[in-house]
Design a protein around this ligand. Structure first.
Ligand SMILES: Nc1ncnc2c1ncn2[C@@H]1O[C@H](COP(=O)(O)OP(=O)(O)OP(=O)(O)O)[C@@H](O)[C@H]1O
Ligand SMILES: CC(C)(CO)[C@@H](O)C(=O)[O-]
Ligand code: BAL
Length: 288
């Protein structure tokens, strides 16, 4: 039977009963969907015990961002977790996680000097702070994160290395709606019109991948074509569009190897992100 814990003491007591079992943790901000459940399924294959954390972390939201309107529905989330055979859900309050304003700050260097590290100042500092806390509270053997938030996944992988957490970080490929839109908790904050337009983001990324695989090597040209597709088919504006080498995330002008295309699109109330890896010489269009 699934157990739930609202406090650190409760979750530690529950996990203590499972001493000797390996734990796979899926950190989330709730408003769960099938993307999260793909993470849970991976966690189930990895660990004896699957723990999901649900916490909308205020530290990773900027002052003008959507902390207040971020979707929250704990009862529904618990039902979804129960139906998926999750063993433990940890859903702390803000006071439980931050009884005092943190005195110590973690700072990132180059990995936050690009993309959302620049667009959302302080975001990744907030993410690594809360994930560190979750790792210390749950002490998982495995921690599962989605490739939709690829920069976050790479930063957490690096954090585990830098801080010697004895945890295997596992990445899971992006779950998409049947029309290609990446599943995201924020999709519910799109208007009907925006929701109908939003698949153009994935279409544009697919088009970019196609161009690169056909031999277009000018990153500027690929970006222009992607931007035009999004602009022509949505009311959103491009907040960020970058092509980086894979796996070391260097900006690229001339594409002569594998790359990742990152995009962020701002709609009226909601900013969506997506990314696509392009294996340059891969003819079968599978995402890795
Ligand atoms: N479509 C998806 N496919 C795979 N993993 C996903 C997907 N959406 C979210 N995740 C992963 O789930 C974890 C929790 O993410 P979060 O709770 O922020 O949900 P989200 O859908 O990404 O919400 P947001 O609207 O904040 O982007 C993260 O590791 C994230 O990468
Ligand atoms: C990893 C995370 C749960 C930390 O708050 C959040 O950034 C998310 O949901 O991706
Ligand atoms: N999915 C990453 C969490 C955030 O957007 O704040």
């Amino acid at each position: 039977m699934m157990k739930t814990a609202g406090t650190i003491e409760e979750v530690r007591n529950i996990l203590e009963e499972h001493r000797g079992d390996s734990i796979a943790l899926v950190p989330t901000m709730g408003a769960l969907h099938e993307g999260h459940m793909a993470l849970v399924d991976t966690a189930r294959r990895k660990g004896d015990i699957v723990a999901v954390s649900i916490f909308v972390n205020p530290l990773q939201f900027g002052p003008d961002e959507d902390l207040d309107s971020y979707p929250r529905n704990l009862e529904r989330d618990l039902e979804i977790c129960r139906a998926h055979g999750v063993d433990v859900v940890f859903h702390p309050s803000e006071d439980e996680m931050y009884p005092k304003a943190p005195e110590l700050e973690l700072r990132l260097r180059t990995m936050a000097s690009i993309l959302d590290g620049v667009r959302r100042p302080g975001h990744f500092e907030g993410v690594v702070t809360v994930v560190n806390k979750l790792f210390n509270i749950v002490r998982p053997d495995f921690a599962v994160f989605g490739e939709k938030d690829r920069q976050q996944l790479m930063i957490i992988q690096r954090m585990v290395e830098d801080f010697n957490h004895d945890i295997e970080v596992v990445g899971v490929s992006t779950e998409r709606e049947s029309d290609g839109l990446a599943k995201s908790s924020r999709n519910v904050n799109l208007s009907d019109t925006e929701r109908a337009e939003a698949p153009a983001i994935n279409q544009a990324l697919e088009m970019g991948r196609g161009l690169i695989q056909e031999g277009v090597s000018d990153a500027g040209e690929v970006k222009e074509r992607i931007e035009a597709h999004v602009t022509d088919h949505t009311s959103g504006t491009i907040d960020d569009l970058q092509i980086f080498t894979h796996p070391d995330l260097n900006p690229v002008q001339n594409i002569d190897g594998d790359v990742i295309i990152f995009i962020a699109v701002k709609f009226a109330r909601t900013r969506l992100i997506d990314n696509m890896m392009v294996i340059k010489n891969d003819q079968n269009n599978d995402e890795r």
